[in-house]
Design a protein around this ligand. Structure first.
Ligand SMILES: [Zn+2]
Length: 371
């Protein structure tokens, strides 16, 4: 294992942040995976799984069982990690301007399209290699003057030429679930089976360029732009939500890390025969059909359903108690599916998304992720 420190651009004299990057295997040798933890900095379970991965990967490397290169960023957001406000950790949004750390990653599609135009041929492997090099070059050329943009660029530079990108997050209170591109449903389901995902949410575009899609969508866009040339999707990239913020458990984290290593084995990065795939715990569902249970007004939230529960249309999800009138409003599901996440607070403000259900019948449009 090699440990590397990357200093980020500083916005304030005397105030500097740095990224720690752990490299396993040999650079440029075999398939490449990039795994990062807690881009929304207060996602502690993701950082614990990264530490379990660090130990497993170091052991594989020592045994000579690592057949590819794995980059592990054990805490992907040192800026957000230091954002404590009145005792509360604020890791999701940049306190300078309120932007979500996992949105508006650079979209390299157009730069890469121009770079490979006229060079693609009839061989899929050659085309894939060309695009991979062009992606790495486009990312390397990104420049930033502020720490947050620099952080996004640096992470993208580490990831964008990978075959596999695993972005480890967690939700507020949740069961294991993951997000991926619709055409990669099979891989998402395989990974989901290995880590026990209870929802696999698919979209071709979630909106506002989250990190996983900044790595995987250029391939989709290039494929669409050059239909006359064979070009497989060269990067499987996914956001894994490692349950809820309070779910730090050594046993669970180790099992999660072992599931991820099994996935790497199945992709040719780790030696050995893959174990039989566990039974899937869910079928993929469209992200556009994920139903938010939204608070229409302020009030006290009393949940009737825990994460992981299969609900039906009409199931009572929560009561919203109006502290002025005393009235209780029942908030019910419109669609059937697994309630995979809910908020950790019990005071609702108008418009708060209190819970999410992996349904199949709704058709939402526009930006599909929460703020
Ligand atoms: Zn997150």
């Amino acid at each position: 294992m090699q440990s590397e420190t990357i200093d980020l651009v500083s916005a304030t004299p005397g105030h500097r942040h740095s990224l720690t990057v752990l490299r396993f295997g040999q650079r440029g040798c075999g398939p490449k995976a990039m795994i990062q933890a807690a881009l929304h900095a207060d996602e502690v379970p993701a950082m614990l799984v990264a530490q379990k991965l660090r130990a497993l990967l170091a052991e594989l490397e020592t045994q000579g069982d690592l057949l590819g290169e794995v980059i592990l960023v054990p805490y992907a957001n040192p800026l957000g990690l230091g954002q404590l406000l009145l005792g509360q950790h604020q890791g999701r949004f940049d306190l300078h301007d309120g932007t979500n750390f996992n949105r508006h990653l650079p979209d390299l599609s157009e730069t890469v399209r121009l770079a490979v135009q006229g060079q693609l041929g009839s061989d899929a492997a050659t085309n894939t290699a060309l695009v991979r090099v062009a992606l790495a070059q486009a990312a390397a050329a990104l420049k930033a003057q502020d720490p947050v943009s620099d952080l996004k660029n640096r992470l993208l530079q580490l990831a964008v030429d990978s075959e596999i990108v695993l972005d480890l997050h967690c939700d507020s209170e949740a069961v294991m679930h993951l997000y991926a591109l619709t055409p990669q449903a099979d891989l998402a389901l395989e990974l989901g089976a290995l880590i026990g995902a209870q929802a696999v949410l698919l979209a071709t575009e979630s909106g506002d360029s989250p990190f996983d899609e900044a790595c995987s969508r250029p391939w989709l866009q290039l494929q669409a732009h050059f239909p006359e040339h064979p070009l497989p999707l060269g990067c499987f990239s996914t956001t894994i939500e490692l349950r809820g913020q309070a779910d730090t458990d050594h046993g669970l984290a180790l099992r999660d890390a072992q599931g991820i290593v099994e996935f790497l084995r199945r992709r040719g990065l780790v030696a050995g025969t893959p174990a039989p795939l566990p039974l899937v715990r869910c079928q993929p569902t469209p992200l556009s059909a994920s139903e938010p249970i939204t608070a229409p007004r302020a009030g006290v939230v009393v949940f009737h359903v825990a994460p992981g529960t299969q609900v039906q249309a009409g199931t009572l999800i929560a009561d919203l108690v109006d502290v002025g009138s005393g009235a209780t409003e029942a908030l019910c599901a419109q669609s059937a599916g697994v309630l995979y996440a809910r908020v950790a607070t019990r005071w609702a403000t108008p418009g708060t998304r209190l819970a999410k259900i992996a349904g199949t019948t709704l058709v939402r449009t526009g930006k599909l992720l929460g703020p």
